[in-house]
Design a protein. Structure first.
Lengths: 283, 478
């Protein structure tokens, strides 16, 4: 059992937790993730470790409540415990010292980009962060990034914060200004990552993406998280989660992410109905 | 002092009705009632040279426990089993006795051998019911500490043996539940999880500590188990690893699973209870094809029936005679309605407009010359392709070694397949203090052979702890 030490809400349905896990905090490197279960019946949820606090022996995760399991997790409070936390899992980000990196986070993807940006800075690199959200409310970790990286550009679809447009518009703007990057790291919804690659590929800019497929054990055993990268089969849990974005078959991954769509909706409806019953006593 | 033989054939074990059980996850075999177990045990002629014991990888004193059951001394029989085997309820169910103890049975020369496995299972289940305990006191604490990586059959056996010798033992399990393949792989209907839990509780009672959700190679490396956590020896039993998929079109369509994933969803995660009782979904295919001919393939295809398949196909490239699965499992599958398609192999998986499986395209095979394994190798027949309409495809065609330990333990030699090199008789690897056994050494094998490896390694680890330069590999040998 891992106790929840802190909880704050970063955006609608987006929660940051700090949870006990000294043995995970001591080993974790940027890019790695944990697998969490909230209850005995719970499914195994892979989540990037957004940050660690080694003095407290704690790790932080940032969770977007989308389906039953993530909503159930986000309903937990300080003092509650998380049933199982396994990690750190996956390979660490490959960070090259002194490199110039553009870190792009879309929505919850910023939670994955943030530790990578910190890692690059720790290796004396320079980082421009582009953080996107649908509206102002969905832009997360802007202040945290400002404290670490060289420049932060915010984009929103409606212009309610930062520049109006997509993260790719900001990236194109930087490139048009003549800014050069050794690497672009892009994490967010698949269409966003695909759009970033559409910008960087013709220019031959190294582009790293972090993938979040359907996963079960997270240790290489089941192969459920397999993706095609440059025509080769890779398991995200042990070969990733970061891959060469120019080589990833996003369309295939996008289809695979919909594998359980109907079941997920069914579980969510049941959960919402149960919550509604608790909230409103029937007469 | 041979007894007069009263019965030439094994007493049959009652099963759930085939068509009924094919739709539930309850155990298939119901086990012997008391009188039938006694009758079966009395078939043992107590021959002089005990060939059955030599056939048992963990060397159970089989004639002794059969004699005790015959005399209705069930508690004594339980102690005889526990003396050599910490998982009797598991082994009585999943051991291939027909290739091990029973194949050597003297009675079997002329008649059917004694149904040793069925009697073993009876004793273990009866002991659980009557709450018999193995009250042999463990040896006094030695102060030594051993880490066991993996809680499957090999890990559980080594842990139990070492704990009984007085050593401190911690098992590190990557998943959230202990038991390894016994909980994620073998289905409820063949091995109820309550039985595995009961046997693991027994281990905890003798002092074995189990840490779940600890992924060795990630949470701690093998070296850190020594340097940071102070273990003096490490036994690696991480089991089978990464699943293998054939390189054919359509392998990443929705509805294509490895047997590991298909079975893990159903067994460990209880996806058959989704959405109330489990939050893990699985695809409940109406027409399911499972590729392979081993026990894992049988488990997967029989699971598909229980998840509601109307048609469950088992596709195998050789014939029934070459299938590596236990014959009993193949029989059970057929009784339940599995359709076996022999001499066929998949060529492609075909998609619908939503990237879901629509059909599997197979090609007919013929058996050619025997290959290195002595089995006749299948040869594809040109132009013989045919399609089967399916919505789910499960591959149970073997697996490669998991990379997590070898990639973080560079001084641990492995073979070209990534399996750890370990001494057959001791489990010792070329890294001092590190031992290994089970599927991570042998590649996919059986529960009992993994337990046998654990048994041998426990003895070697005990010797190593008492005198680290005594045997096994030492740095000077390398």
């Amino acid at each position: 059992m891992h106790r929840i030490l802190d909880k704050d809400i970063l955006a609608p349905d987006v929660v940051r937790f700090w949870i006990e896990g000294a043995h995970i905090a001591r080993k974790r490197k940027p890019g790695q993730f944990v697998i969490i279960r909230t209850s005995e019946e719970g499914e195994r949820i892979p989540l990037t470790i957004a940050d660690v606090d080694r003095t407290r022996g704690a790790i932080s995760i940032i969770v977007q409540g989308v389906g039953k399991s993530t909503k159930q997790l986000n309903a937990l409070n300080v003092g509650d415990s998380i049933h199982d936390v396994a990690g750190p899992l996956g390979r660490a980000t490959e960070i090259h010292p002194n490199s110039r990196v553009c870190c792009i986070g879309g929505g919850i993807g910023t939670a994955v980009v943030y530790p990578i940006a910190c890692g690059v800075k720790a290796h004396h690199g320079s980082v421009v962060a582009i953080v996107g959200g649908r509206t102002k409310d969905y832009v997360i970790l802007e202040e945290e990034l400002k404290a670490v990286v060289d420049q932060v550009i915010v984009t929103t679809d409606d212009g309610s914060a930062g520049m109006k447009g997509f993260v790719t518009d900001a990236l194109k703007g930087l490139l048009a200004e003549g800014r050069t990057f050794d690497e672009v790291v892009a994490v967010g919804p698949l269409p966003m990552m695909k759009a970033v690659v559409a910008v960087t590929k013709p220019l031959g800019i190294k582009t790293t993406v972090s993938l979040n497929p359907v996963m079960v054990d997270g240790t290489g055993m089941c192969g459920g998280c397999r993706v095609s990268v440059g025509g080769d089969q890779k398991f995200v849990c042990v070969d990733g989660p970061e891959f060469d974005g120019l080589q990833v078959d996003f369309d295939e991954l996008s289809a695979r992410l919909r594998a359980y769509h109907e079941q997920e909706q069914e579980a969510l409806k049941l959960y919402n109905d149960q919550m509604a019953c608790h909230a409103v006593p029937t007469t | 002092m041979a007894k007069k033989i009263t019965q030439k054939t094994k007493n049959p074990m009652p099963n759930q009705d085939a068509l009924e059980r094919a739709r539930n996850f309850e155990e298939v075999s119901l086990g012997y009632p008391v009188d039938l177990a006694v009758l079966e045990a009395q078939r043992c002629i107590q021959c002089k040279n005990n060939p059955c014991v030599a056939g048992c990888p963990v060397e159970i004193d089989i004639p002794k426990f059969l004699l005790q059951v015959g005399d209705r001394d069930f508690e004594g029989a339980y102690k005889t089993l526990m003396d050599r085997n910490v998982l009797p309820a598991v082994c009585g169910r999943v051991c291939p006795q027909e290739e091990q103890c029973e194949v050597k049975c003297t009675l079997g020369v002329k008649f059917e051998p004694v149904a040793i496995g069925r009697v073993e299972r009876f004793v273990a289940d009866y002991a659980k019911l009557m709450k018999f305990t193995d009250d042999t006191p463990p040896a006094p604490p030695t102060g030594h500490k051993v880490a066991v990586v993996g809680s499957g059959p090999a890990g559980l056996t080594v842990a139990a043996d070492l704990a009984k010798m007085g050593h401190g033992v911690t098992i590190f399990e990557a998943l959230h539940k202990a038991g390894g393949v016994l909980v994620y792989g073998i289905p409820e209907f063949r091995l109820p999880k309550a039985i595995v839990e009961h046997e693991i509780e027994g281990l905890k009672k003798i002092g074995v500590e189990i840490k779940t959700s600890h992924v060795i190679g990630q949470t701690f490396t093998v070296d850190e188990l020594f340097t940071e956590l102070g273990y003096e020896a490490v036994f690696i039993a991480t089991g089978a690893g990464l699943p293998t998929f054939p390189k054919i079109p359509g392998i990443n369509l929705i509805g294509v699973y490895s047997a590991n994933e298909y079975l893990t969803r159903s067994n460990l995660m209880k996806a058959y209870l989704f959405p109330s009782g489990s939050d893990t979904p699985t695809i409940r295919g109406k027409n399911v094809a499972v590729i392979g001919g081993g026990n894992t393939a049988m488990d997967a295809v029989r699971t598909s029936l229980r998840l509601g398949a109307d048609n469950a196909y088992l596709i195998y490239r050789r014939t029934r005679a070459e299938m590596p699965a236990r014959h009993e499992e193949i029989d059970h599958a057929e009784e339940e309605g599995v359709k076996i398609i022999m001499l066929a192999a998949p060529e492609a998986i075909l998609a619908d407009e939503r990237s879901r499986v629509r059909a599997i395209r197979c090609i007919r095979m013929e058996l050619g010359e025997p290959d290195k394994s002595g089995r006749r190798s299948p040869v594809p027949q040109k132009g013989s392709e045919f399609d089967i309409d399916v919505d789910t495809v499960v591959f149970a065609i073997g697996q490669g070694a998991n990379p997590l330990i070898r990639s973080t333990t560079p001084d641990l030699p492995v073979n070209k397949w990534g399996n750890i090199l370990a001494d057959d008789s001791t489990g010792a690897t070329q890294k001092p203090g590190v031992f290994a056994g089970g599927d991570i050494v042998t590649g996919g094998a059986t529960v009992i052979s993994a337990m046998g490896a654990g048994r041998k390694a426990a003895r070697a680890i005990d010797r190593y702890l008492r005198n680290p330069s005594a045997d096994g590999y030492s740095p000077t040998d390398v």
